[in-house]
Design a binder for this molecule. Structure first.
Ligand code: NAP
Length: 246
């Protein structure tokens, strides 16, 4: 399947590392102009050095005003990947107001804010657009020491459905994809030790964790016209983890 994003402009959040980095490069290779947003300039400069279609945008998405300024300044955009995400590993009884807010600010609130700016731009140009939200298998099942993260991703799935319903009539498709463990920095912290990762792995019928490329391929499909009738989907990329019983 050939997918081209020639002539399109994309914003990828959390583009400095892991999944966001790979999605940014893949989009640029497929012809898109890519605005790559994260907190760490050196990561983004390294990305730009790999492909000149990539433009760094340094921004902390947990800062509402800074996000408004940074995202409003770029575009016009056709594609948005809400990929930035954070986690704090803690048991339910240890959750604090601070840890809850830290996770929800980035994983949920920033998605709403960045998508609003994106959608207003599309609507004002009477154009069409596509949004992909990077959720997680954590939205669908309980994972040990992931209470805020699981809740934030469940909220993100819900936000995805609301956006799909309200933005669909405005020619903007919105879908989520929900990967299982990927051994990025974030994935390694939670599941890198075989004592924690092993039980998850043993419940994946395909017998392996996801590779970054497994996620990137689905994101490219969801951004492309090949998925033109998909809107509001919550799409697991989990090798079957979330459908397994005992
Ligand atoms: P990662 O390797 O930790 O990379 C996260 C990226 O997000 C980094 O570039 C980071 O930038 C950026 N970021 C974090 N907080 C930010 C903020 N406040 N403002 C701007 N950028 C911020 O993570 P990943 O594993 O690629 O995860 C990407 C997405 O996939 C997340 O939404 C995650 O929840 C989801 N996911 C991951 C897995 C997994 O196992 N890895 C599984 C399912 C879903 P800095 O480094 O500059 O802070």
């Amino acid at each position: 399947m050939n997918i081209s994003f020639e002539g399109k402009t994309a914003l990828v959040t959390g583009a400095g590392k892991g999944i966001g980095q790979d999605v940014s490069l893949a989009l640029a290779k497929c012809g898109a102009r890519v605005f790559a947003l994260s907190r760490t300039l050196t990561d983004l400069e390294a990305l730009k050095a790999k492909n000149e279609n990539i433009t760094p945008v340094v921004c902390d998405l947990s800062d509402w005003d800074a996000t408004e300024k940074a995202v409003s300044a770029i575009g016009p955009l056709d594609l948005l990947v809400n990929n930035a995400g954070v986690n704090i590993l803690e048991h339910f009884l240890d959750v604090t107001k601070e840890s809850f807010n830290k996770i929800f600010e980035v994983n949920v609130r920033a998605v709403i804010q960045v998508s609003q700016i994106f959608a207003r731009g599309i609507i004002s140009r009477d154009a069409s657009g596509v949004i992909v939200n990077i959720s997680s298998q954590a939205s669908l099942v309980a994972l040990n020491k992931h209470v805020n993260y699981c809740a934030s991703k469940a909220a993100l799935d819900s936000v995805t459905r609301s956006m799909a319903m309200e933005l669909g009539p405005k020619k903007i498709r919105v879908n989520a994809c929900n990967p299982t463990v990927v051994m990025t920095e974030l994935g390694r912290k939670a599941w890198g030790d075989p004592k924690t990762g092993g039980p998850v792995l043993s419940r994946i019928p395909l017998g392996r964790f996801a590779e970054i490329e497994d996620v990137t391929n689905v994101v490219l499909f969801l951004l492309s016209d090949k998925s033109a009738m998909m809107n509001g989907a919550i799409l697991p990329i989990d090798g079957g983890f979330t459908i397994t019983g005992v």
